[in-house]
Ligand binder design. Structure first.
Ligand SMILES: *Cc1c(COP(=O)(O)O)cnc(C)c1O
Length: 375
């Protein structure tokens, strides 16, 4: 069966192989020796031998794929990226000050997601905008050398890839070199596992799984251990990183089925050649689509060349009256979910790890034909 190409920004397309394996194992999950357990994964106790083996493999595969150093913990949590916007300040804002007093945090605003993080964190700590791309309508990223960093901030938050505005950091800032002692917190929800991470520059990274890793319901947090144990008293125990870390993500019931699915995705990435191969493919996909947009007289992408996202490509039809026809024609070709986010309009093609090159080729062919009025 030829599946359509799904360009959704999230929840997003999954590797077909992974879905097929999950379907085959739905009623009876086989252990490492191929022996049936008589249970599907969502029916298992999270403390039983079978699920623990699924959990441990997922953790070690992700650690290997992202080259996470030993002094970082990987946590499998719930609540998504938006919950992390509150959980991070409750856990980290007091780092530089008193444990019981909300501290200070700096935000680099590069689009809708970092803006949301900034607003939410303001309920839990003192927030400041260190830099903002708002004046360019979020079509570029302010140069780190010009950021106004607060010397007393516990952490600096940024979003490595703005899923809605389509701007992506190509390298992480070195806060030490900028004269800051704060921990760098990155929301890498829509970038994770598409390129390597320079962990020497990062204190904490979080990602909702539903973009590049698996189904919704799982949030991956990677945190340097020395940042644990300074949570505010009001922080819920289930969201206290130290409690979660001390209990290997089993303080409360973790999202077991989502962990299993993400684990299958990690195995799939390893079979493809790991994150280096994911990055190579994502460069190919993005350059083909941006190339087609830039060569055309109908389509346009307004993001600065130096920070165009490889994962989410927003684009506009210069003749907006053709938007509906474009989407309807795409649908009949099996090109799904291309409508742009409501706050930006136009179109958006999300090119996550599971999107095959053939999907981009089919999209680009359709775009050319549509422009020439032949579609
Ligand atoms: C999707 C997304 C989120 C939101 O995650 P939820 O799971 O809906 O809370 C946060 N940050 C970024 C960058 C995203 O792309």
């Amino acid at each position: 069966m030829q599946r359509p190409y799904n360009f959704s920004a999230g929840p997003a397309t999954m590797p077909a192989e992974v879905l097929a394996q999950a379907a085959a194992e739905m009623l009876d999950w086989p252990d490492a020796n191929g022996r049936g357990t008589g249970m599907g994964v969502m029916e298992m106790s999270h403390r039983g031998k079978a699920f623990i083996s699924i959990y441990e493999r997922a953790e070690s595969d992700l650690r290997e794929l992202l080259a996470v150093p030993p002094d970082f913990k990987i946590l499998f949590m719930q609540g998504g990226g938006l919950a992390e916007n509150a959980i991070v300040p409750m856990n980290l804002s007091a780092l530089a000050g008193n444990a019981d007093e909300p501290g200070r945090a700096d935000f680099v605003i590069t689009g809708g997601w970092s803006e949301k993080s900034f607003k939410e964190a303001g309920k839990y700590c003192q927030t400041r905008v260190a830099a903002s791309g708002a004046s360019s309508d979020f079509t570029d990223i302010p140069t780190p050398a010009n950021w106004q960093l607060d010397g007393d901030a516990s952490y600096v938050h940024l979003c490595t890839n703005e899923t809605i505005h389509g701007v992506e950091f190509q390298t992480l800032p070195d806060l030490r070199a900028l004269g800051s002692r704060a921990a760098l917190v990155i929301d890498f929800s829509s970038q994770v596992a598409s390129r390597p991470v320079d962990w020497s520059r990062v204190g904490l990274a979080f990602a909702g799984a539903q973009k590049n890793l698996g189904p919704a319901g799982l949030t991956v947090v990677v945190v340097r251990q020395d940042l644990l144990g300074r949570a505010l008293k009001v922080c819920p125990s289930a969201f206290n990183y130290k409690t979660v870390a001390d209990n290997d993500s089993m303080y409360n019931t973790p999202p077991t089925y989502a962990i299993y699915m993400a684990g299958l995705v990690f195995q799939w990435i390893k079979r493809q050649g790991g994150v280096a191969e994911m990055e190579r493919r994502s460069i190919d996909r993005a350059s083909m689509l941006y190339g087609a947009i830039d060569q055309s007289r109908l389509y346009e992408n307004r993001v600065d060349l130096g920070c165009r996202s490889r994962m989410n490509v927003p684009f506009f039809l210069r003749d907006e009256s053709r938007n509906e026809a474009f989407l309807a024609g795409a649908q009949t070709r099996g090109l799904l979910q291309l409508k742009g986010h409501k706050s930006v309009g136009g179109m958006r093609a999300s090119l996550y790890n599971a999107m095959p090159m053939a999907g981009v080729e089919t999209l680009v062919t359709y775009m050319r034909e549509f422009e020439q009025n032949r579609a």
